[in-house]
Ligand binder design. Structure first.
Ligand code: SF4
Length: 359
């Protein structure tokens, strides 16, 4: 929970973005009962519930989240930041990394010393397609053929590890960071990162990076097993609880992506077709040419007291304006949720100033 201008804000972490339908349904019900029904999908693939009015509502909401199995470790909740290739195991990629995500989450929660990891630190696991390595998480694994590249701050260290070593190595780097970080919140803030990989041999040239991906997979996506995944973009990251209930009613596994969208997976053709017809009128984006995918925004006014403007309203007005870059509207210099590429428009109270996005 975090305080905000519109009441407390609950951030529910979803390692790898994975969420079961009953869990999304539970969050939707909790949002309706205890907070704002306008839930938010974050740029880390998490779900936020805002507008929690008082302590009683906060306690009830936390109970609902825990009952849904989404709060496995109160001591390590803020550290369960794992982003992974959302389509892994279903479409393309060089490996199925879903089990690594689950094991990494369990290993984080089982490590008492990692309770001291800053809440902004995050892990990435890319199945080789290069979609999440470009997000420049603090420590990452990127499948390269038969082995796995170890990344620090989105950059290849040149260290190659066996698939069986992925989770122990990620945990080991995180532990080392806790020991040496001083005042640093992120690995990118360290002047010397070699200390994090002491004892690990380099077997490839270091330094490679991956271009950031800024658009989600949307629409009708054919899985390798012949079934269908539906990719649904949420305009400005807002997922209304009522729409979430419809998504949950499809009763299929889901993945919240770091591009503020939801994948509804493992559908037969008929179910996918019916779901698409039901969901499209609710404003979810299934068209990859939609101008909504070119615009994003932080919370802004009135939810965030730091904001100089109602940035969501301004972003909505800007949808469809000619632009060659993704535009992210923010209410202050903190520029929350900025994507790694494109333009960030910062509200001043008298219009916006422009700056290039940076990871
Ligand atoms: S960028 Fe500023 S105004 Fe927007 S949510 Fe973050 S702190 Fe609030």
């Amino acid at each position: 929970m975090h305080p905000a201008a519109d009441g407390a804000l609950a951030r529910v972490r979803l390692p790898g973005g994975m969420i079961e339908p009953r869990q999304l349904e539970a969050l939707a019900h909790a949002a309706n009962r205890f907070g704002s029904s306008a839930m938010e999908l974050t740029s880390r693939g998490n779900i936020q519930i805002r507008g929690i009015r008082d302590d009683e509502a906060a306690t009830a909401l936390a109970d609902a989240v825990a009952t849904a199995g989404l709060l496995p470790s109160p001591t390590h909740e803020r550290m369960r930041n794992i982003v992974a290739s959302p389509l892994s195991g279903r479409v393309g990629g060089s490996a199925d990394v879903r089990e690594w995500v689950r094991r990494c989450d369990a290993a984080i929660c089982a490590a008492p010393d990692l309770a001291a990891l800053p809440g902004r630190f995050w892990f990435s696991i890319d199945d080789g397609r290069g979609d999440v390595s470009g997000l420049a998480a603090d420590v990452g694994a990127h499948v390269t053929g038969d082995s796995v590249a170890l990344l620090l701050a989105g950059r290849d260290t040149g260290v190659r590890i066996a698939p069986s070593e992925v989770v122990p190595t990620l945990i080991s780097v995180a532990r080392r960071f806790v020991e040496v970080r001083g005042d640093a919140w992120r690995i990118a803030e360290l002047t010397d990162t070699s200390v994090l990989i002491d004892g690990l041999a380099r077997s490839a040239a270091p330094g490679a990076t991956w271009p950031p991906v800024s658009r989600p997979p949307v629409g009708w996506i054919s899985q390798d097993d012949g079934r269908i995944a539906l990719g649904a973009g949420a305009p400005l990251g807002v997922l209304q609880a009522r729409v979430a209930e419809y998504l949950a009613a499809i009763d299929a596994p889901m993945v919240v992506t770091p591009w503020r969208s939801v994948l509804v997976c493992d559908l037969d053709d008929g179910v996918a077709d019916a779901a698409l017809r039901v969901l499209a009128p609710f404003g979810l984006v299934f068209d990859e040419g939609s101008p909504w995918l070119d615009v994003s925004a932080c919370t802004g006014s009135p939810g965030c007291e730091r904001s100089a403007a109602d940035v969501r309203a301004d972003a909505t007005r800007a949808v469809g304006d000619p632009s060659t870059a993704h535009r992210h509207f923010v209410g202050c210099e903190r520029a929350c949720g900025s994507p790694p590429t494109g333009e960030v428009l910062i509200a001043t109270g008298d219009g916006y100033v422009l700056r290039k996005a940076s990871p």
